[in-house]
Design a protein around this ligand. Structure first.
Ligand code: ADP
Length: 185
C-alpha cells in the first residue's frame, strides 16, 4: 500500500516527484493545485470561487479544498494507494485528513518533507513562469508556507510519520532517494 503525503515549500519539486512516483507505483497523483488550476480553467463553481486566492498566492478556504480532497480520495482508483501533493497545508487540514482516513479505515500514510532552501526555490519558481510565479506572489506563497504549513513538520514528526529528503539535488537524485526510502519501508 502506497500512501504518501508530500510537504515542502513551493518549488521544492513535490509535483515532479509525486508524478513520477505515482506512475512508478501505479497509484493516482492527487495535486490540489492541479485540481484547482483545472477547475479555474474550466470555470466550474469551485474554480470561480478559488481563482482570486490562487492568482494572489493565498490559501483557498479550507472547506473548499477539504470537500475536493474528500471526494477525490473516495474514487475507486485509490484502492491501492495515493500520493497527495499540496494537501494538507495547515494543521486544520491535517486534522481533517486524519479523521477522513480513519473513517475510510486507512492508516499510516508516510509524510515526506522535501527540504530546499528559500533562495533555491525562488530561483526555480521564477524560471518556471506559471501565472502565480511572479516575484510578489512567490514571496506571499513562501510566507504562507512558513506560517501555515511548517507547523505540519512537527505535527507529523510527533506522530512518527515524517521523513526528510534533501530536495536540493537533481530531480533524478531526489527520485532515487525516494524510491530507496519507500522500498525500505
Ligand atoms: P506551490 O506548491 O508551488 O505553491 P500548488 O500547485 O501546490 O503550488 O498550489 C497553488 C495554489 O493553489 C496555492 O497557492 C493555493 O492558492 C492553492 N492551494 C493548493 N492546495 C491548497 C490547499 N491544500 N489549501 C489551500 N489552498 C491550496
Amino acid at each position: 500500500m502506497t500512501r504518501i503525503i508530500f510537504l515542502g515549500p513551493p518549488g521544492a519539486g513535490k509535483g515532479t516527484q509525486a508524478k513520477t512516483l505515482a506512475q512508478h507505483w501505479g497509484v493516482p497523483h492527487i495535486s490540489t493545485g492541479d485540481i484547482l488550476r483545472e477547475a479555474i480553467k474550466e470555470q466550474t463553481p469551485l474554480g470561480i470561487k478559488a481563482k482570486s486566492y490562487v492568482d494572489t498566492g493565498q490559501l483557498v478556504p479550507s472547506q473548499l479544498v477539504q470537500d475536493m480532497v474528500s471526494e477525490r480520495l473516495q474514487k475507486a482508483d485509490t484502492s491501492s494507494g495515493w500520493i497527495l501533493d499540496g494537501f494538507p497545508r495547515t494543521v486544520e487540514q491535517a486534522i481533517f485528513l486524519d479523521n477522513l482516513l480513519q473513517e475510510m479505515n486507512q492508516k499510516g500514510a508516510m509524510v515526506i518533507n522535501l527540504d530546499v532552501p528559500d533562495d533555491v526555490v525562488v530561483g526555480r519558481l521564477l524560471s518556471r513562469g506559471r501565472k502565480d510565479d511572479t516575484e510578489e506572489v512567490i514571496r506571499r506563497r513562501l510566507e504562507i508556507y512558513r506560517s501555515e504549513t511548517t507547523p505540519l513538520i512537527d505535527y507529523y514528526g510527533d506522530r512518527k510519520q515524517l521523513v526528510v529528503i534533501n530536495g536540493n539535488q537533481s530531480p533524478s537524485e531526489v527520485n532515487s532517494n525516494l524510491k530507496d526510502l519507500i522500498i525500505s519501508c
